[in-house]
Design a protein around this ligand. Structure first.
Ligand code: HEM
Length: 395
């Protein structure tokens, strides 16, 4: 049974539940069902022109895991790894146990599980195709405000695993890692979350840990604009794929929480209540940067985050598919939380790099945010059954 724009019901055993399903709205991000017990059965198709987990409406839970290939890994090892992990991902996302898995109950309700693969420079070098690695993926520039730590940065292979349910997600990740153990080691693993699925009506922009609606200006997934922003149209192996810039951004929520609401809203030029501009209008409207108050002073600060981040050319646009993180307080009770910022775009040279350069030069939000991790990955296109992710590159 196909639900909306591509979510399907998993497993024959759940066929009964299918009979009780009804769609609330069409579209890949809004497929939802009326019966609570059936939601876990929703499947995002793994095979397709593009990898799942990018146009898919952000799930409630995510894990970003970076693998490093073992020393001496060559093309045949990478082939073996990607073949195996593609097969695992296809099965797990469909609600089935992976190879040699004998506990089908755990993955049976995948809750829109997606597994998305990204390739770092080390993978290209291992297969003898270092020249196929986009330069920006190998050499993402340093930015003035960076405070990067190795323990959150880099990686040869990225697995972005997302689901509305942390249980099938946990199982999927452990099986993927287990099947990669001979050929790769874990470099880092970062856990993120969004508001619970359906805690607000479908299509509502999620809140981050600063309380802001975050994602307002994103292109809608079913539009031409989305494709033009996200998918690579370069001839060659990356066509239909994308580029991911992943940043771990710590938030100083202690000082943020003490700030008055007007100052909080001035930092982005958007209201905390509903994400609408401080100059008035609806959430999707842009702030009016020409507006002045009674004394003739500008209402919107020149260094407001949205003013600095807004695309100044069409090619600067990106899809921000971030997740909050919260690793709990340290022994002194100081929070360790922030944003796992994940930006997908067809070419990071044209979008993330100039935008982040501007933000590093001046952004009111820099007082409360610090980039502590960074990794960039080429994201291959999707594949069809029988192929593996990255086959056009690895061969
Ligand atoms: C907009 C928060 C980091 C790029 C926004 C908005 C918020 C926000 C609340 C307004 C609503 C929206 O359109 O989503 C944050 C937080 C960050 C962060 C809390 C760090 C913890 C970044 C970074 C970049 C970025 C690192 C890119 C380099 C953008 C863009 C927009 C935006 C492109 C849309 C601007 C527009 O066209 O209106 N961000 N952001 N943000 N942010 Fe950020």
């Amino acid at each position: 049974l196909l639900l909306g724009g591509g979510a399907t019901l998993a497993g024959g055993s759940l066929a009964g539940a299918a009979a009780t399903l009804a769609l609330s709205e069409p579209g890949p991000d809004t497929a939802s069902v009326v019966t609570a017990e059936a939601k876990g059965a929703q499947v995002v198709p793994f095979y397709g022109n593009h990898q799942a987990g990018i146009a898919t409406g952000a799930q409630a839970h995510a894990r970003f895991l970076a693998l490093d290939l073992k020393p001496g890994a060559d093309r045949s090892h990478v082939q073996r790894l990607l073949r195996l992990l593609t097969d695992d991902a296809a099965k797990l996302t469909a609600g089935r146990a992976p190879l040699a898995g004998n506990d089908p109950e755990i993955p049976a309700l995948p809750s829109r599980l997606t597994v998305t693969f990204g390739f770092g420079p080390g993978l290209f070098d291992a297969i003898g195709r270092g020249d196929h690695c986009p330069d920006v993926i190998r050499n993402l520039p340093a930015f003035a405000t960076d405070r990067l730590e190795d323990r959150w940065s880099g990686g040869d292979v990225l697995l972005q695993v997302c689901s509305d349910d942390a249980v099938p997600l946990s199982y999927a990740l452990r099986r993927l890692v287990r099947d990669s153990r001979d050929l790769a080691s874990v470099r880092w693993c970062q856990t993120g979350f969004n508001p619970a699925r359906d805690s607000e009506p479908a299509g509502t922009t999620p809140r981050n840990l600063m309380g802001q609606r975050d994602g307002t200006a994103n292109p809608a997934s079913d539009t031409e604009d989305f494709g033009a922003t996200v998918w690579s149209d370069e001839p060659g192996w990356l066509r239909g794929g994308s580029m991911l810039v992943f940043r771990r951004i710590r938030m100083d929520v202690d000082t943020w929480d003490d700030l008055g609401r007007p100052a909080k809203e001035m930092a982005t030029a958007r209201k905390l209540s509903d994400g609408s501009p401080v100059t008035g209008g609806a959430e999707k409207d842009d702030p009016d940067t020409a507006a002045v108050d009674g004394q003739g002073f500008p209402v919107v600060a020149a260094e407001a985050h949205v003013v600095r981040a807004t695309a100044r050319t069409p090619t600067e646009r990106m899809l921000r598919r971030g997740f909050s993180y919260d690793d709990g307080p340290d022994p002194d009770g100081k929070p360790d939380c922030g944003l796992l910022f994940a930006a997908y775009q067809k070419d990071a040279v044209a979008s993330f790099v100039p935008v982040q350069k501007r933000l590093a030069e001046s952004d009111a939000m820099n007082t409360w945010t610090t980039h502590v991790g960074s990794a960039a990955f080429a994201v291959p296109p999707g594949c069809t059954e029988g192929e593996y992710i990255g086959e056009a590159l690895v061969g």
